[in-house]
Ligand binder design. Structure first.
Ligand SMILES: C[S@@+](CC[C@H](N)C(=O)[O-])C[C@H]1O[C@@H](n2cnc3c(N)ncnc32)[C@H](O)[C@@H]1O
Length: 363
């Protein structure tokens, strides 16, 4: 089939022109050599060399037929006859792992669903049934259904804010939805760095696989050291792997550079993990506020310090939460210079997800 060879940034212009003139075929646009695209042409379109092509050449290539637009179009014919609304309408992808919640009425078709999804989504390697989150570690119960290459591992690499990160949804908590919060953490830590006039030490005792860190570590003048950990040993394995990758990318020695597998509430008993941090992240949303009094000893009790955390609270308690935070800060012997409580999103009709930022000052 004839294709008009155009630079990729002119694809839309030529698609529009060819469609308007009645020259455009129904086949898909081809990716040609670097930076060039092939617009599929009907027989009615002018010959190569016609001045209407404005100097662009015509090449001959096999047509690329347009595939089905949705994975359900790839289900076997007998299943296509079933009502559309029985099929899952949503799924989540982390790296090359696709997780889909399956209602009881489609479990018997799970193999066909997974194969249709693999056929439709070339970047997906494995399709898993998502049976929900379990336990204190907030880890998903996943059942692999089909794998493109036989590899049933759910360990995968994702990209966020230009940095790569190992995750494994069946072993450690990770949520891509919180990426804007990580950007917010960067801004808060930058502001603290400016106030202190020097790079800061960050503590993240509920770090999971460490998604808060790559943005912070990418600026060598921002963070001088870190203390990070998690109670889930599998999260700590991934965290360690990620830190090796990020440290290799951004040279510079950081001190301290501590990674532990421990209950965050136990940090207060270890002299190497207390009185050290300038900024403390608290991300255990169901328990952040109750754990808080045991965590403040991690901060260095002088000058200004940043406390940033996330919590799930009753919406009716939004105002009271600010008061509670001030009380916890004062009980630790500090003054609350500022305390902001911001609702991130509705969690349920009565509860909400909040981020809190406080600047603590010690005399
Ligand atoms: C909501 S996740 C947050 C993880 C990570 N900060 C993120 O943003 O993806 C909470 C993490 O705390 C860990 N965790 C639960 N209880 C803990 C405890 N008592 N001490 C330390 N970590 C804990 C869980 O394993 C989980 O990785």
């Amino acid at each position: 089939m004839r294709h008009l060879r155009v630079p990729s940034d002119q694809t839309q212009v030529w698609l529009h022109r060819c469609r308007r003139e009645g020259w455009l075929s129904k086949a898909s646009v081809l990716q040609l050599d670097e930076g060039m695209r092939g617009i599929p042409l009907l027989d009615e379109a002018p010959d190569d060399g016609d001045e209407r092509w404005q100097g662009h050449n015509i090449v001959h290539r096999e047509p690329k037929q347009q595939g089905p637009s949705h994975w359900t179009d790839r289900l076997p014919d007998p299943l296509q006859a079933l009502p559309d609304d029985i099929w899952p309408s949503a799924y989540e992808i982390q790296g090359d792992v696709l997780m889909v919640k399956l209602e009881a009425n489609v479990i018997e078709h799970q193999q066909a669903i997974a194969e249709a999804m693999l056929a439709q989504l070339p970047n997906v390697r494995i399709v898993c049934a998502d049976n929900g989150v379990a336990g204190d570690f907030r880890v998903r119960e996943l059942t692999p259904i089909a794998s493109r290459d036989g590899n049933l591992s759910t360990r995968t690499r994702i990209r966020e804010h230009g940095m790569t990160m190992w995750v494994d949804p069946s072993e450690a908590y990770f949520s891509a939805r919180l990426s804007t919060q990580r950007q917010g953490t960067l801004e808060q830590v930058r502001s603290l760095r400016q106030q202190l006039g020097r790079p800061v030490v960050v503590a993240d005792p509920y770090a999971g696989v460490g998604p808060a860190l790559p943005l912070l570590l990418s600026d060598p003048a921002l963070v001088s050291g870190y203390l990070v950990g998690d109670l889930n040993p599998k999260a700590v394995d991934l965290l360690t792997l990620n830190l090796e990758t990020w440290s290799a990318k951004h040279v510079g020695n950081r001190s301290p550079s501590l990674v532990v597998c421990d209950d965050a509430r136990a940090w207060q008993h270890d002299p190497s993990r207390t009185g050290v941090a300038d900024a403390l992240l608290v991300n255990l949303p169901h328990d952040s506020l109750t754990h808080l009094p045991t965590l403040l000893p991690i901060l260095n009790h002088s000058e200004r310090r940043l406390l940033r955390g996330w919590a799930i609270i009753e919406r009716a308690a939004l105002e009271q939460t600010r008061g509670n935070l001030i009380a916890v800060i004062e009980a630790a012997g500090a003054t609350a210079e500022s305390v902001d409580v911001e609702e991130i999103k509705g969690f349920s009709t009565t509860r909400c997800f909040i981020a809190f930022n406080a600047i603590l000052a010690w005399e």
